[in-house]
Design a binder for this molecule. Sequence first.
Ligand code: SF4
Ligand code: ZN
Ligand code: ZN
Length: 321
Amino acid sequence: MICDVCKAREAEVYQPHSGKRLCRKCFIEDVRARVKEESLKIGLDKANKILLAVSGGKDSYVLADTLASFIDPQKLIAYNITEGIHGYNRREQIEQLRKYLSSLGIELIEDSFKQSVGYTLDEMMKYSIGKGLNVSACTFCGGFRRKLINNAGRAVSADYVATGHNLDDEVQAIVINLIRGDLLRLIRFADKPIKLSSKFVLRVKPLRKVYEWETTLYAYYSGYQFQELECPYISTRPTLRAKVRELLYMLEDKKPGTLLTILEEFDKLAEKVRNQTQLKEELPTCKICGEPTSYGREICKNCELLISAGLLNYHQNLPMS
Ligand code: SF4
Ligand code: ZN
Ligand code: ZN
């Protein structure tokens, strides 16, 4: 079977959402073109510096590789966090990514929860369980990761922070937030980022129109070795996401292209909602760490978690007046 695009090489990939059969080269080009289109829409090509939040997995490789295909790699800087999860060692993945990034001329900054929060994720969980808290590891992990990534973006004066979330991740998050009925949070998942605090570096997701199976294949075709080690805390992940994921895959299977359609329609709707929504004033800042927190809160969720786990003394950490 010949490739539907170049009509020259042998086709190797069938893309159910487009109905096309593609050769390896045209498949790679197709993914890059979608990432580029999404990136140009938000002006990533005009940025002076973009911080890439990388885990070392396939999506972070695809993020760096696709962006470097049309953005000067000197403008890209990668950032990785070691959460401190026993048995979930991604050292080799990071080393592999570092090698690849350095061949492109992209620097990699390494950080860890231990270094920047004071505790590994395992330690936070040990204390949290000891205090009888019923908070999942992913809540600690996701919250601190977001905070550290934003801090890193600010520290290197990045115009944007880019993450490797793919289409599957995005649509799952949209449906979950739709179920929760949080409009403000929901429209933040649209294609154009909203800045609710001057302390936030705008977050963008250049892979948001690329299916997860495509990022896997892209990394595989590029020779990027990835062993998807499963995080030991995955079983404690909120079950809603797993259910939503299952449902979405069932729909995608019945009607290929469903995820893309949901995202494209959502972007159009979000644009209308954004134009009609009076965005509130700047987010308040946490009394303890000074980072932005939700409206109506004095202490951010991260600091609150540390206090509840007995790892932070509220009064001791209040700024002196
Ligand atoms: Fe963190 Fe949860 Fe992901 Fe593990 S599964 S890395 S705890 S977010
Ligand atoms: Zn081709
Ligand atoms: Zn705080």
